[in-house]
Design a protein around this ligand. Structure first.
Ligand SMILES: Cc1cc2nc3c(=O)[nH]c(=O)nc-3n(C[C@H](O)[C@H](O)[C@H](O)COP(=O)(O)O)c2cc1C
Length: 186
């Protein structure tokens, strides 16, 4: 099962990409948008993947609530966490990329796992999307300020107004490794 929370769509399409790969590896997958659906139980799942987009250093509420609610059961299961975030591709010249990635992994993934006493079998730090079709008024200035930086960094616009910093190969590679752990001899 994949449980995710998203604000701009990156964690949703990342979850679908992971699900697609797992299905290609003959696994049955349920994908849950935690904002729209409440999970009642997790007993039947061999692997639980929980993911979120990041905004101002925070996960979305719902997948975090899921981690909290099921933490005891999750501690006995195979769990993987992922986030979609901007830190994989810093947009200013001052930030060191390796340092940004290391900090994001610690803050968004390792600390989250520790908070809920989990020992995930995998942590996925993926890029994100900057969606100019869905800018909350609060962040309008920030989004306008980073637009030239996105252009300058050569971040592709995968749809009009949608700059995508994700590496889809990294996402599918991560999913394939998970499939092998869950089902080593298909
Ligand atoms: C207002 C705003 C704040 C953001 N804050 C952060 C941040 O603190 N750290 C980070 O790594 N990425 C940050 N990002 C980049 C997002 O993580 C990226 O847009 C991602 O796609 C969000 O995931 P979602 O589309 O699933 O919601 C921010 C993006 C926006 C628009």
């Amino acid at each position: 099962m994949i449980v995710y929370g998203t604000r701009y769509g990156a964690a949703a399409s990342t979850s679908e990409e992971i699900a697609k790969i797992l299905r290609q590896e003959e696994l049955e997958v349920r994908v849950v948008n935690a904002k729209q659906e409440k999970v009642k139980g997790i007993t039947e799942y061999d692997l639980v993947i929980v993911g979120s987009g990041i905004q101002i250093h925070r996960w979305t509420k719902e997948p975090e609530k899921f981690l909290q609610k099921f933490q005891k059961e999750l501690a006995k299961k195979k769990v993987a966490l992922f986030v979609c975030c901007g830190s994989t591709q810093p947009l200013d010249n001052k930030t060191d990329k390796a340092e940004a990635i290391k900090n994001a992994k610690t803050k968004y993934l390792e600390e989250k796992a520790a908070k809920y006493h989990l020992q995930p079998i995998a942590l996925g730090l993926f890029g994100g999307v900057y969606n100019y079709n869905k800018v909350p008024w609060l962040f309008g200035k920030f989004m306008e300020a980073i637009k030239p930086q996105l252009e300058e960094a050569g971040v592709p616009q995968t749809e009009p107004g949608l700059y995508d910093t994700r590496d889809l190969n990294a996402i599918s590679g991560w999913a394939k490794e998970l499939a092998q752990i869950v089902q080593p001899f298909p």
